[in-house]
Design a protein around this ligand. Sequence first.
Ligand code: C2O
Ligand code: CU
Length: 476
Amino acid sequence: MRVPRRIRLTVAVVAAVAVLAPLVWLWWDSRLSSAYSVMDMGVIDAGGRPPHGHAPHGAGRSVTSLIADPDRPADVSVTLVARKQRAGRAAYTINGSSPGPVVRAVQGQLVQVRLENESVPAGVTLHWHGVDVPGAEDGVAGVTQDAVPVGGEHVYRFVADQAGTFWYHSHQISHEQVEKGLFGALVITPRGSPPGPDVVAVSHVFGGVRTVNGVAGDLHVGAQPGQHVRVRVVNTDNGLTAAWVGGSPFRLLAIDGTDLTGPTQVRDAAVLVTAGGRVDLEIVVPSTPTRVHLGGPTGVVLGDGTPTPVARPAAVLDPLTYGTPAALPFDPQAADRVFRYEIGRRPGFIDGKPGLFWTINGRLYPDIPMFTVAVGDIVRMTIVNRSGEAHPMHLHGHHAVVLARDGVPATGAPWWVDSLEVDNGQTVEVAFAADNPGIWADHCHNLPHAAEGLVAHLMYEGVTTPFTIGGGNHPE
Ligand code: C2O
Ligand code: CU
C-alpha cells in the first residue's frame, strides 16, 4: 500500500518532535538563572528525619552571623595579596609567589587574615581547607561571601583549634585559580611544648610539571642525624599522589590535620595522599641522607648529599588498619541522620550545555540532594562511587571518621578525614557530628569535576545566606 506523501511527512515531523521536544525541554529546564541562591538548590534530603522545608529567605540565621568572637584581638595577623602575575610556573601568586607564604599559628590562637585582591580579574576568596572555621569564614564565593573584586579586600577570623597541617586556596573559579597558583599551606602547632622541626612540602602539578613548594626537583633540608623531622605533605593538586621514603623507615603521624593514635614504623610501603588531603610523616634522620619521594620526580631530601631515588614500593599503607583504635567522641550507630551520596555519570544538560555529567543520587547539578541537618545531630553517610572514575570527596567545616570501606570495618586508629579518596566501584561509610552550623560544600576536589557538577551541600536547618551564585560568584 502506498502511503500518501503528506501523511508520511506528517508522521516524520511528529516523530521528530516526539524525540526532540523532551530534549529541548531538558535543555531549557537546565538553564540556570543568572544568579541563584544555594538555599533554592535541589531537593531536601533530611536523612530520614521529617523535612522542615527550605528556610524562607530572610528568616532564620544568616551565615554571616556565624563568626569568631568579634571582641577578641587577633594573635596572628597576616595580609595575603592575590595577584595575576607569573612567578615560576604559576600564573597567579599570593604575596608574590605560589604557593603563598606558610601561615603558622599555635593551637588556640585567633588567626586574622586580610585578603587583598590586587589584580585577579575574576575576583578571589580564601577557603581554609580542613579547618572547621565558623560558617561565615569558609570563603566560598556565592555561599559565604562575595568574591573579592580587584581593589577589594576581605578579612577572615577564626580560632585555630585543631593542631595540624592545612591549606588555603581561592574558592572562586577554583578549578582554574587553584591549579594556576592561588593557594598556600597553613600549619597549626600544638599548644604547650615547643614543636619539633618540621618541613612543609606542598605537592602541586603546574601545567603537567610536578613541583614541591613551587619548584620542580628536590627540596633540600639540612637535618642532623637523630633528629625527628615532621614532613607535612600537602596535596594541592587535582589527583591522588603517593609519598614514600627511601633510606629509612617512617611513621605516619597524621592524616588531614588529625594525629593518628599509635602510629607504628612503616617500611616499604607508600602512603597515598588524596587531592586536597595532607599526611604528616615522621622521619628519624639517619646518618646518610634520606629522601621523601612525592609522586616520583620530586621529593624532600633530609641531610647532606643526594640520595639515589628508590622505586615506589608495591605495598600501600592502608589507614583502615594502621595504628591503634581509640574511642570516638560519639556513637555512629546512634546516628540521627543517615545519608547516601551516590556518584554516577550520565549524559544531560547543565546550564544549557550538553555533556556527560556527574550525578549525585541520579540527579544533575543543581537539582541534587541538599543534605540537611540540625546542630547536635550525629550523621552517617555512605558514599558510593559508580561513576567510572575516582573522586577525592571533600566536606567543608567538619571532619568525618571512616567507619568502613566496601563493608570492611575500620580497625586501626580513628581515621578522621576532610578529603577522602573514593575509588570507582567503592562504597565508603563515614560519620561526623553536626556541630558547626553553616552551609557547607561537600564536593569532589578534583576541581574540574566540581565544575562539572560534582558539588552538593550540607545545610543546617534555619541557616540562610544573602549571597548568590552566578553574577560575579562562581565557586567552582
Ligand atoms: Cu579545598 Cu571546597 O575546597
Ligand atoms: Cu571527582
